[in-house]
Design a protein around this ligand. Sequence first.
Ligand code: HEM
Length: 459
Amino acid sequence: MPDTLTSPEFIPQTVVPPEKPLPLIRGLWQTIANPLHVWPQAMYENPYHGVKWIGRTFHYFRKPEHMKAVFLDHADIFRKSQFQKKLVGPALGDGLLTSEGDHWKFQRRAASPAFRIEALRALVPAFSTSAEATIERIRKKPSGLAIDMQSEMQHATLDVIVETILGGADPGFGYSRIAGTVEDYMQVMGKPDVLDLFGMPNWVPRPWGGKGRRAAAALRAAAANAIARRRASGKTHNDLLGLLLAARDPETGRGFSDVELCDNVVTFIGAGHETTALTLAFTLYLIANSPDVQDRLLREVQDVCGDRPIDAAMVEDLVYHEQVIKESMRLYPPASLIDRVATQDVDLGDAQVKKGDFAFNLIYVMHRHHTLWDNPSRFDPERFSLENAKRIHRFQYMPFGAGPRICIGMKFAYMEAVAILATLVRSLRFLPNAAHKIEPNIRITLRPEGGMPLFVEIR
Ligand code: HEM
């Protein structure tokens, strides 16, 4: 049964950084297993270091001034790396997340209207409905056993993305059809490949990627079928696919081709559900261990929403919910490492970057950096109160990236996470699970090893 509740001074669990840098071979092996085990304690205390490796320098950035330089001031020089494209490219093709240059600009312009606040407000009922369905699933489970809230949140956010992209109407999508495929893809493709770390060219066979490649092909086939069915139906829909089908570049009048539509449907599924699910799973772990925070959430949802379904206006008033979610993404940013490669030499003062060098932008480390945050390991949603948030440097907190490539789904994600969290907290009470150790692991996203089993009571 659950442990007794912990103190308000709760320090959430994570990987303990090594005291000293690891020897080379162990470091490489651990980079594949979990990079959090490689980054030594000193990286959380000093601002920068670079490592030379097969002819290039890897710059490990974790201070706001470097982030601003990479993501904003020199965004045209720091491009997405081949590492990233290799990890997600087989599924996402050349969609919004992976493309560059004019092709990216066209797709960003064309997709933007679908992510404006007015369009997003209409989606809030889909968020609340998926949370209600989660509560129903939990009600049916035997009481007294821990429930894996990571997989429950994956289920809820996949329902949301299918509903909001495809209007929920497509028989080829839906949780039971694609959840396993997405999981296989993340398991196999979500790791840096050992051959890539040694700079091996693409033609060197990588036999271990078969399962991931098959999963990527299956996802793309399901998306292509959904698009073909939609085109054949001749009907217009107000969901994201409908908006993408109707989208035209305001400068050239060009619309999306079928391949581009497929790239982007898979991109929105990949980029849009896993990240929000992880945010919610870690948030539930944090509030399960901080009963005072959980009680305050409950009071807020009762005051703002009563027992009515949560709508868009209410989401905007659930300000403490948003604070809690922001603090959760500080401690466990789903995109913990965002890498770039320099396409020209650039002088960043304390870092001399040469063409071809890698910029490893360590969001996780910056979010726990001792010079930037007071008591960084502590869970404290007050950091993001209206007053306190003014003191946070714009580039010190970057769960959604920054600059021109900032997450297009940021508002979508906040609204979704707030609506789902509020709906859950109103009906359920989350309790800690002392038997489960929290071990976040970077596999494209930051995932809890072994899921997020928590005890849950119906209120
Ligand atoms: C908590 C949830 C989310 C987090 C933490 C997150 C994080 C990020 C980050 C860090 C980037 C920038 C990557 C880079 O610079 O290389 C990004 C880009 C992107 N995200 Fe999100 N995201 C979330 C939710 C969503 C949602 C809900 C959607 C769509 C429905 C979405 C779609 C995208 C797309 C398409 C891009 C590429 C944008 C571009 O390059 O123009 N994300 N996201």
